[in-house]
Design a protein around this ligand. Structure first.
Ligand code: GLY
Length: 387
């Protein structure tokens, strides 16, 4: 197996070509969508979402990623505009939820680290405080509560979801920033709960866990956005892969690294020969439903994992990341600068009752564009970690 650095060098020209196309397209899109909280398209034009939507940070975050690498001020203007548009959500506290890390840490958190803007720092602290306030302490540890409203008619006050691992870097950041580990303690309680309750022995992951709010014990798990209870929703696997990797990066605790490797091994061994992620690794072979976003997220996690492992072992993960990214590039990308969508074939959840429109099947989703770009920048050697 070739090592991480060799694979990086061998694929440099390809990554440069991919980034040139992203940049050429995004220089146009950033002007057109400056006043939107962009996510998804209608007739090739970005749709604008409400600022409290969990995906609301990705458009501005993508612009910060592009600004950090290119120093093109047009990207900075769009990213800053996005932060302003999202202030309405900060002022509407009851509508906020566990995903404030997705929403602000890669936007205002990244913005502060890139530009030093104090307003961005304050926004990110507000988000961190909101996230910390969702911690449920039980007799045996605790967890960060998911969502606010009922889900499928069920009460969710004892629920945690694997996606939330991606919100934890916001807490690690807040602790480092003020020199008080109280945010980190909450993040590690949640990550440790995920090790016990979300991660299965074979390296697959349950999307949703219901806990007893007194004892913290696992009551049951739910399939969530996957095909069924006990299934393996590929984006959930990717959140776990990258999420545990990030907890390892921020804490240095080997148990998170071991978990990330276990999930990565499971993810890689469940990829099809074509390296295009199916929406659920336990879905029937037909019909084929893809989720490109799972591939882009996993690729980011695999590259960060590869960097931190001995050469041979790291090569295994880097090789998988390159295969996934090239498969997405060759099959699902739209680089036409006259349309706003880039990575196609994202899927919101496993089709329910054959209603593909309701389930959001094979569509452009903003975080697909975000993670694909983040992965390509890693392949170009960027050391900026937005999480
Ligand atoms: N965090 C929700 C999703 O991945 O669809």
């Amino acid at each position: 197996m070739k090592n991480y650095k060799t694979l990086l060098e061998e694929n440099r020209a390809w990554a440069e070509e991919a980034f040139a196309k992203i940049d050429e397209k995004m220089q146009r899109v950033t002007l057109r969508s400056r006043d939107k909280i962009a996510d998804g398209v209608k007739d090739g034009v970005h749709v604008s979402r409400a600022p409290n939507t969990w995906t609301a940070g990705f458009w501005g975050g993508l612009n910060y990623l592009l600004y950090e690498y290119t120093k093109n001020e047009e990207y900075l203007k769009t990213a800053k505009r996005s932060e302003e548009l999202m202030d309405a959500a900060l002022m509407n506290f009851t509508k906020l939820h566990h995903d404030v890390g997705f929403m602000w840490h890669i936007l205002s958190g990244a913005g502060y680290r890139i530009t030093g803007d104090e307003k961005s720092r304050v926004r990110n602290f507000f988000a961190a405080t909101t996230l910390a306030s969702r911690f449920v302490l039980t007799e045996n540890g605790g967890f960060i509560r998911a969502w606010n409203d009922k889900w499928g008619g069920k009460e969710v006050d004892g629920w945690s979801i694997i996606d939330c691992l991606m919100n934890l870097p916001l807490l690690y950041w807040a602790s480092r920033e003020i020199g008080d580990d109280r945010f980190t303690r909450i993040a590690m309680e949640h990550a440790d709960m995920a090790l016990c309750d979300h991660l299965r022995e074979d390296g697959s992951i349950a999307h949703i866990v219901e806990h007893d709010r007194t004892t913290g014990e696992l009551v049951t798990t739910y399939g969530g956005q996957g095909i069924a209870e006990g299934s393996s929703w590929s984006r959930g696997q990717a959140w776990g892969l990258y999420g545990f990797t990030l907890s390892y990066i921020h804490t240095g605790e080997e148990r998170y690294l071991d978990a990330a490797k276990l999930v990565a091994n499971y993810f890689i061994s469940n990829c099809s020969d074509d390296w295009l992620p199916r929406v659920d690794f336990r879905a029937p072979a037909e019909p084929v439903y893809y989720d490109s976003t799972a591939g882009a997220i996993a690729a980011c996690g695999l590259i960060e994992l590869a960097k931190r492992l001995p050469e041979g072992e790291g090569g295994l993960y880097m090789n998988a990341a390159v295969n996934i990214l090239k498969a997405l590039y060759n099959n699902f990308m739209n680089f036409d600068p006259d349309t706003d969508d880039m990575l196609g074939y994202g899927t919101v959840r496993y089709p329910c009752d054959g209603d593909e429109k309701k389930a959001g099947v094979h569509i452009s989703i903003i975080y697909g564009d975000y993670f694909f770009t983040e992965a390509i920048l890693k392949m170009l050697g960027s050391e900026f970690l937005p999480w």
